[in-house]
Design a protein. Structure first.
Length: 302
Protein backbone atom coordinates (compact mmCIF):
# COMPACT_ATOMS: atom_id res chain seq x y z
CA UNK A 1 0.00 0.00 0.00
CA UNK A 2 2.80 2.46 0.98
CA UNK A 3 4.67 1.55 -2.23
CA UNK A 4 1.61 2.45 -4.25
CA UNK A 5 1.39 5.84 -2.53
CA UNK A 6 5.03 6.75 -3.32
CA UNK A 7 4.89 5.85 -7.01
CA UNK A 8 2.84 8.96 -8.09
CA UNK A 9 5.04 11.20 -5.92
CA UNK A 10 8.22 9.81 -7.49
CA UNK A 11 6.77 10.25 -10.96
CA UNK A 12 5.78 13.88 -10.21
CA UNK A 13 9.28 14.70 -8.91
CA UNK A 14 10.81 13.17 -12.03
CA UNK A 15 8.61 15.34 -14.26
CA UNK A 16 9.47 18.50 -12.30
CA UNK A 17 13.20 17.79 -12.40
CA UNK A 18 13.09 16.95 -16.12
CA UNK A 19 11.15 20.12 -16.90
CA UNK A 20 13.54 22.27 -14.85
CA UNK A 21 16.51 20.62 -16.56
CA UNK A 22 15.05 21.28 -20.02
CA UNK A 23 14.20 24.85 -19.08
CA UNK A 24 17.76 25.49 -17.91
CA UNK A 25 19.18 23.87 -21.04
CA UNK A 26 17.00 25.96 -23.36
CA UNK A 27 17.92 29.21 -21.64
CA UNK A 28 21.67 28.75 -21.32
CA UNK A 29 23.57 31.46 -23.20
CA UNK A 30 26.56 30.98 -25.48
CA UNK A 31 28.07 34.40 -24.78
CA UNK A 32 27.52 37.62 -22.83
CA UNK A 33 28.28 41.23 -23.54
CA UNK A 34 27.04 44.81 -23.50
CA UNK A 35 25.06 46.87 -25.98
CA UNK A 36 26.44 49.89 -27.83
CA UNK A 37 25.00 52.17 -30.49
CA UNK A 38 25.49 50.86 -34.01
CA UNK A 39 25.77 54.38 -35.43
CA UNK A 40 27.33 56.95 -33.10
CA UNK A 41 28.70 60.30 -34.28
CA UNK A 42 30.65 63.04 -32.53
CA UNK A 43 29.69 66.32 -34.22
CA UNK A 44 32.57 68.81 -34.27
CA UNK A 45 32.80 72.48 -35.19
CA UNK A 46 33.87 73.33 -38.73
CA UNK A 47 34.64 76.98 -38.03
CA UNK A 48 36.25 79.30 -35.50
CA UNK A 49 34.32 81.81 -33.42
CA UNK A 50 31.68 82.32 -30.76
CA UNK A 51 28.64 80.05 -30.66
CA UNK A 52 25.92 82.63 -31.26
CA UNK A 53 23.26 79.92 -30.98
CA UNK A 54 23.37 76.28 -29.91
CA UNK A 55 20.06 74.54 -29.23
CA UNK A 56 21.25 71.08 -28.21
CA UNK A 57 20.41 69.31 -24.96
CA UNK A 58 21.25 65.81 -23.78
CA UNK A 59 18.39 63.40 -24.46
CA UNK A 60 17.03 65.57 -27.28
CA UNK A 61 15.79 63.81 -30.40
CA UNK A 62 17.16 65.32 -33.61
CA UNK A 63 16.56 64.65 -37.28
CA UNK A 64 19.13 64.62 -40.04
CA UNK A 65 19.52 68.11 -41.52
CA UNK A 66 18.25 69.97 -38.45
CA UNK A 67 20.04 73.28 -37.86
CA UNK A 68 21.19 73.23 -34.23
CA UNK A 69 23.60 76.16 -33.98
CA UNK A 70 25.49 79.03 -35.57
CA UNK A 71 29.11 80.15 -35.21
CA UNK A 72 29.81 83.89 -35.52
CA UNK A 73 30.60 84.80 -39.16
CA UNK A 74 31.31 88.53 -38.75
CA UNK A 75 35.02 88.29 -39.56
CA UNK A 76 34.36 86.09 -42.57
CA UNK A 77 31.74 88.53 -43.86
CA UNK A 78 34.18 91.47 -43.56
CA UNK A 79 36.88 89.50 -45.39
CA UNK A 80 34.41 88.76 -48.16
CA UNK A 81 33.53 92.47 -48.51
CA UNK A 82 37.24 93.33 -48.71
CA UNK A 83 37.81 90.81 -51.48
CA UNK A 84 34.78 92.05 -53.40
CA UNK A 85 36.14 95.60 -53.20
CA UNK A 86 39.47 94.39 -54.59
CA UNK A 87 37.72 92.66 -57.49
CA UNK A 88 35.70 95.80 -58.25
CA UNK A 89 38.92 97.86 -58.32
CA UNK A 90 40.51 95.45 -60.79
CA UNK A 91 37.41 95.48 -62.99
CA UNK A 92 37.64 99.27 -63.11
CA UNK A 93 41.17 98.96 -64.52
CA UNK A 94 40.14 96.70 -67.39
CA UNK A 95 40.45 98.79 -70.59
CA UNK A 96 37.54 99.22 -72.95
CA UNK A 97 39.22 98.02 -76.13
CA UNK A 98 36.83 99.19 -78.92
CA UNK A 99 36.97 102.96 -78.08
CA UNK A 100 40.76 102.88 -77.85
CA UNK A 101 41.00 101.22 -81.26
CA UNK A 102 38.40 103.47 -82.89
CA UNK A 103 40.73 106.41 -83.67
CA UNK A 104 43.25 104.21 -85.49
CA UNK A 105 40.51 102.26 -87.27
CA UNK A 106 39.00 105.56 -88.49
CA UNK A 107 42.40 106.63 -89.80
CA UNK A 108 42.78 103.25 -91.54
CA UNK A 109 39.35 103.59 -93.13
CA UNK A 110 40.26 107.06 -94.42
CA UNK A 111 43.59 105.80 -95.78
CA UNK A 112 41.86 102.92 -97.58
CA UNK A 113 39.40 105.36 -99.17
CA UNK A 114 42.33 107.53 -100.26
CA UNK A 115 44.03 104.46 -101.67
CA UNK A 116 40.98 103.57 -103.79
CA UNK A 117 40.72 107.20 -105.00
CA UNK A 118 44.35 107.32 -106.08
CA UNK A 119 44.07 103.95 -107.80
CA UNK A 120 41.19 105.38 -109.89
CA UNK A 121 43.18 108.54 -110.65
CA UNK A 122 46.19 106.47 -111.60
CA UNK A 123 44.12 104.63 -114.20
CA UNK A 124 43.44 108.01 -115.86
CA UNK A 125 47.05 109.15 -115.42
CA UNK A 126 45.83 111.82 -112.98
CA UNK A 127 48.05 110.58 -110.11
CA UNK A 128 51.54 109.24 -109.67
CA UNK A 129 52.73 105.82 -108.52
CA UNK A 130 54.53 107.47 -105.60
CA UNK A 131 51.23 108.81 -104.26
CA UNK A 132 49.77 105.30 -104.35
CA UNK A 133 52.87 103.85 -102.64
CA UNK A 134 52.65 106.46 -99.89
CA UNK A 135 48.98 105.65 -99.20
CA UNK A 136 49.67 101.92 -99.20
CA UNK A 137 52.53 102.51 -96.75
CA UNK A 138 50.21 104.55 -94.50
CA UNK A 139 47.62 101.74 -94.51
CA UNK A 140 50.29 99.18 -93.59
CA UNK A 141 51.56 101.32 -90.70
CA UNK A 142 48.03 101.86 -89.37
CA UNK A 143 47.26 98.14 -89.56
CA UNK A 144 50.44 97.38 -87.62
CA UNK A 145 49.58 99.99 -84.99
CA UNK A 146 46.07 98.58 -84.58
CA UNK A 147 47.42 95.03 -84.20
CA UNK A 148 50.03 96.14 -81.65
CA UNK A 149 47.50 98.14 -79.62
CA UNK A 150 45.00 95.30 -79.69
CA UNK A 151 47.65 92.84 -78.48
CA UNK A 152 48.74 95.22 -75.72
CA UNK A 153 45.19 95.77 -74.51
CA UNK A 154 44.41 92.04 -74.58
CA UNK A 155 47.53 91.33 -72.54
CA UNK A 156 46.49 93.97 -70.04
CA UNK A 157 42.99 92.48 -69.77
CA UNK A 158 44.34 88.95 -69.29
CA UNK A 159 46.67 90.18 -66.55
CA UNK A 160 43.84 91.87 -64.65
CA UNK A 161 41.57 88.84 -65.04
CA UNK A 162 44.38 86.65 -63.74
CA UNK A 163 44.45 88.80 -60.59
CA UNK A 164 40.66 88.58 -60.19
CA UNK A 165 40.52 84.78 -60.43
CA UNK A 166 42.36 83.99 -57.14
CA UNK A 167 40.33 86.67 -55.34
CA UNK A 168 37.12 85.00 -56.54
CA UNK A 169 38.47 81.64 -55.37
CA UNK A 170 39.06 83.18 -51.93
CA UNK A 171 35.46 84.42 -51.88
CA UNK A 172 34.26 80.90 -52.73
CA UNK A 173 36.38 79.56 -49.88
CA UNK A 174 34.91 82.12 -47.47
CA UNK A 175 31.38 81.24 -48.65
CA UNK A 176 32.12 77.61 -47.83
CA UNK A 177 33.47 78.63 -44.40
CA UNK A 178 30.33 80.69 -43.75
CA UNK A 179 28.19 77.71 -44.72
CA UNK A 180 30.17 75.49 -42.35
CA UNK A 181 29.45 77.90 -39.50
CA UNK A 182 25.86 76.73 -39.69
CA UNK A 183 25.85 73.61 -37.49
CA UNK A 184 23.73 70.91 -39.14
CA UNK A 185 22.85 67.63 -37.46
CA UNK A 186 24.15 64.67 -39.55
CA UNK A 187 21.89 61.75 -38.53
CA UNK A 188 18.57 60.89 -36.92
CA UNK A 189 19.14 60.08 -33.28
CA UNK A 190 19.31 61.03 -29.61
CA UNK A 191 21.88 63.43 -28.15
CA UNK A 192 24.03 61.44 -25.73
CA UNK A 193 26.54 64.05 -24.57
CA UNK A 194 26.81 67.83 -24.92
CA UNK A 195 30.34 69.27 -24.94
CA UNK A 196 29.75 73.00 -25.58
CA UNK A 197 27.38 75.78 -24.56
CA UNK A 198 26.03 78.91 -26.23
CA UNK A 199 28.38 81.93 -26.29
CA UNK A 200 31.47 79.76 -25.76
CA UNK A 201 34.34 80.12 -28.22
CA UNK A 202 34.81 77.09 -30.44
CA UNK A 203 37.37 76.09 -33.05
CA UNK A 204 37.56 73.80 -36.05
CA UNK A 205 37.59 70.18 -34.91
CA UNK A 206 36.38 70.89 -31.37
CA UNK A 207 33.60 68.43 -30.35
CA UNK A 208 30.18 69.98 -29.83
CA UNK A 209 27.96 66.98 -29.04
CA UNK A 210 27.63 63.23 -29.47
CA UNK A 211 24.55 61.74 -31.13
CA UNK A 212 23.55 58.12 -31.73
CA UNK A 213 20.88 56.37 -33.74
CA UNK A 214 19.30 54.07 -31.14
CA UNK A 215 16.93 52.32 -33.54
CA UNK A 216 19.74 49.84 -34.22
CA UNK A 217 21.97 48.53 -31.44
CA UNK A 218 25.06 46.34 -31.44
CA UNK A 219 25.75 43.66 -28.85
CA UNK A 220 29.49 43.05 -28.51
CA UNK A 221 30.19 39.59 -27.10
CA UNK A 222 33.24 37.37 -26.80
CA UNK A 223 33.32 33.71 -27.77
CA UNK A 224 35.89 30.99 -27.19
CA UNK A 225 37.81 29.23 -29.93
CA UNK A 226 35.63 26.11 -29.77
CA UNK A 227 32.56 28.29 -30.49
CA UNK A 228 34.18 30.05 -33.43
CA UNK A 229 33.31 27.32 -35.91
CA UNK A 230 29.56 27.78 -35.53
CA UNK A 231 29.52 31.58 -35.80
CA UNK A 232 29.71 33.36 -39.15
CA UNK A 233 28.82 36.78 -40.58
CA UNK A 234 25.18 37.02 -41.68
CA UNK A 235 24.03 34.35 -39.24
CA UNK A 236 20.84 34.98 -37.25
CA UNK A 237 20.78 34.28 -33.51
CA UNK A 238 18.78 34.84 -30.32
CA UNK A 239 19.62 37.90 -28.25
CA UNK A 240 18.12 38.23 -24.77
CA UNK A 241 17.96 41.03 -22.22
CA UNK A 242 16.84 41.05 -18.60
CA UNK A 243 13.32 42.23 -17.80
CA UNK A 244 11.54 42.79 -14.45
CA UNK A 245 10.59 39.79 -12.29
CA UNK A 246 13.50 37.77 -13.64
CA UNK A 247 12.04 37.45 -17.12
CA UNK A 248 13.98 37.61 -20.38
CA UNK A 249 13.06 39.43 -23.58
CA UNK A 250 14.21 37.87 -26.84
CA UNK A 251 15.26 39.63 -30.05
CA UNK A 252 16.46 38.32 -33.38
CA UNK A 253 20.07 39.31 -33.93
CA UNK A 254 22.31 39.31 -36.98
CA UNK A 255 26.03 38.61 -36.74
CA UNK A 256 27.65 41.64 -38.40
CA UNK A 257 31.33 41.12 -37.57
CA UNK A 258 33.66 38.45 -36.21
CA UNK A 259 37.18 39.36 -35.20
CA UNK A 260 39.92 37.61 -37.14
CA UNK A 261 42.29 37.59 -34.18
CA UNK A 262 41.98 36.51 -30.59
CA UNK A 263 42.42 38.68 -27.51
CA UNK A 264 42.50 38.23 -23.77
CA UNK A 265 39.13 37.91 -22.09
CA UNK A 266 37.87 41.29 -20.77
CA UNK A 267 37.40 41.25 -16.99
CA UNK A 268 33.70 42.10 -17.18
CA UNK A 269 32.91 39.35 -19.71
CA UNK A 270 32.18 35.70 -18.95
CA UNK A 271 32.26 33.26 -21.82
CA UNK A 272 30.77 29.81 -22.03
CA UNK A 273 34.08 28.27 -21.04
CA UNK A 274 35.59 30.38 -18.27
CA UNK A 275 38.88 28.46 -18.45
CA UNK A 276 39.66 29.89 -21.88
CA UNK A 277 41.88 32.98 -21.70
CA UNK A 278 41.78 33.95 -25.37
CA UNK A 279 38.49 34.88 -27.02
CA UNK A 280 37.18 36.39 -30.25
CA UNK A 281 35.03 39.53 -30.36
CA UNK A 282 31.68 39.33 -32.19
CA UNK A 283 29.28 42.16 -33.05
CA UNK A 284 25.57 41.35 -33.33
CA UNK A 285 23.10 43.89 -34.73
CA UNK A 286 19.65 44.14 -33.13
CA UNK A 287 16.67 46.30 -34.07
CA UNK A 288 15.72 48.27 -30.96
CA UNK A 289 12.11 48.70 -29.86
CA UNK A 290 13.11 51.10 -27.09
CA UNK A 291 13.91 48.61 -24.35
CA UNK A 292 17.58 48.20 -25.25
CA UNK A 293 19.85 50.87 -23.76
CA UNK A 294 23.54 51.69 -24.30
CA UNK A 295 25.68 49.74 -21.83
CA UNK A 296 22.89 47.29 -20.98
CA UNK A 297 24.07 43.69 -20.57
CA UNK A 298 22.80 41.08 -22.99
CA UNK A 299 23.29 37.44 -23.83
CA UNK A 300 23.22 35.52 -27.09
CA UNK A 301 22.43 32.00 -28.16
CA UNK A 302 23.70 30.95 -31.58
Amino acid sequence: MIKNLFQPIIALCFIVLTTASCYHKNHVADAFGNFEAANEVIVSAEGNGKLLSFSVEEGMSLHRGDTVGLIDTTQLHLQKLQLKAGIAALHAQIPNIPPQLKALQDQLSAAEREKRRIENLLKNDAATTKQLDDVISSCTVLESQIAALKSSLNTQVQGLLAQIEPLQAQIDLIDNSIENCLITNPINGIVLTKYANRFEFTATGKPLYKIADLTAMTLRVYISEDQLGKVHIGQTCEVRIDMPDGKLKTYTGLVAWVSNKSEFTPKMIQTKNERVNLVYAVKINVQNDGDVKIGMPGEVRF
